[in-house]
Write a protein that binds this ligand. Structure first.
Ligand SMILES: [Zn+2]
Length: 68
C-alpha cells in the first residue's frame, strides 16, 4: 500500500561500527572503507592462527619433551 518510500538498509561497519547505507555500489560493504575491510581480514587471519588443530597444552608439552 505504501511502498513508495523504500529506504536502503543501514548497517554498522563490522570493524569500527560506523553506520553506513547498504549500497550495492559500495564495494567495501559491509565495511565502511577499504581500511576497515583490510583490518577485518587481518583479524580473521589472526584468529585462524590462534585456533590450531591441537590445544596449546599439547604444543607446550611437545616443546618440553624436546628440551628434556
Ligand atoms: Zn569501518
Amino acid at each position: 500500500m505504501n511502498n513508495s518510500t523504500k529506504k536502503p538498509p543501514v548497517v554498522p561497519c563490522p570493524n569500527c561500527g560506523t553506520e553506513l547505507v547498504w549500497d550495492t555500489s559500495n564495494s567495501y560493504r559491509p565495511f565502511c572503507s577499504a581500511s576497515c575491510k583490510n583490518n577485518d581480514l587481518v583479524a580473521w587471519a589472526n584468529e585462524d592462527h590462534a585456533i590450531p588443530g591441537q590445544p596449546l597444552e599439547d604444543v607446550f608439552s611437545e616443546d618440553l619433551d624436546r628440551n628434556y
